[in-house]
Design a protein around this ligand. Sequence first.
Ligand code: GLY
Length: 406
Amino acid sequence: MKKIVVGMAVMLGLCACTQRPSGMLDVNKALDYCAEQTLRTLTELKTDSGIDYTMMPRNIMADENHWNCRKATKEEWCAGFWPGVLWYDYEYTQDKHILEEAEKFTHSLEFLAKTPAYDHDLGFLIFCSYGNGYRLTQTPAYKQVILDTADSLATLFNPIVGTMLSWPREVGPRNWPHNTIMDNMINLEMLFWASKNGGNPYLYDIAVSHADKTMKCQFRPDYTSYHVAVYDTITGNLIKGVTHQGYADSTMWARGQAWAIYGYTVVYRETKDTKYLDFAQKVTDVYLNRLPEDKVPYWDFDDPSIPNAPRDASAAAVVASALLELSTYLPNGKGKQYKDAAIEMLTSMSSNAYQSGKSKPSFLLHSTGHWPNHSEIDASIIYADYYYIEALLRLKRLQEGKNVLG
Ligand code: GLY
């Protein structure tokens, strides 16, 4: 079954993506493209009775042309990305219609601030939506939603282990007494933000503790990451490092490593402790050194079927965005290397090989969601689009001599 899925992915165009990116990246042209695709999506979401603002675009499979939407529930970890795309698009276009749509979709997530934490994804859900909304509009109610959600996320922190529990639902069924997944690094940004914006200062300590323990326990000696760290709740010690979405426990799952690169860049930004800057470079270099020519990784760097394995454009988008920020914290040589690498990634993603173009309303093709589950393979996935437009905006700001973060 796996072989058939991968074979189909290759036939559907993955073999077109093996070239080194060429040509100059025109950031405004790429952002104009995103704006056009965003309008197409909004048109697609409209029915005779209007738009259902609780239904969020999630994916378009390789053989489909329209978004599959999912209800914004506490279980749907991707529900904040579409509002986030709208906020970024509004930031670029300044189109009031897009602002109104961003507000309405964002509002559908407010319930999360008043719901006990289902799992760690609250940072993805609320900081991509309300976080960007507050950054752009300074709406006081948005701030309160972020602060309340940060408190809710903090309830997952286990002081004996020193990290947040990612998946309460997996504690019993998998016998993972305290599990922390690499993706959880992204949720730290909301805790740092809340601690600086009127929230409990303890949120900062939790974020730092989580980053430290993860650094110590969730990486191999070569700085590649385990997707999941399983900890003993009595001793706080690591029991084992395993995978959930990667090829095997011992392999480098591309998006997991991408979350690590992005996460430690944020932790350095927020703490200014150079041990995180150093670590961010270590986890980046092992990723960059093993990329294929076009700078978009295979979904897992160690899938034995490479070069016939699917790519993961979402990992490329996450890393491009992170490296544009990381480059600003480093001296010329290393900083330039990372910025150039990010531009090469964005150039590849902005080519016909990776853009959906007229065929679908998403921005990008060729992401891999959950290969072991046979789901979202060689698909358009909303978080790839979110980090792609974020990276383009970061590059635009750098080109205009502005702060990379806006
Ligand atoms: N957070 C789940 C994933 O990266 O697929």
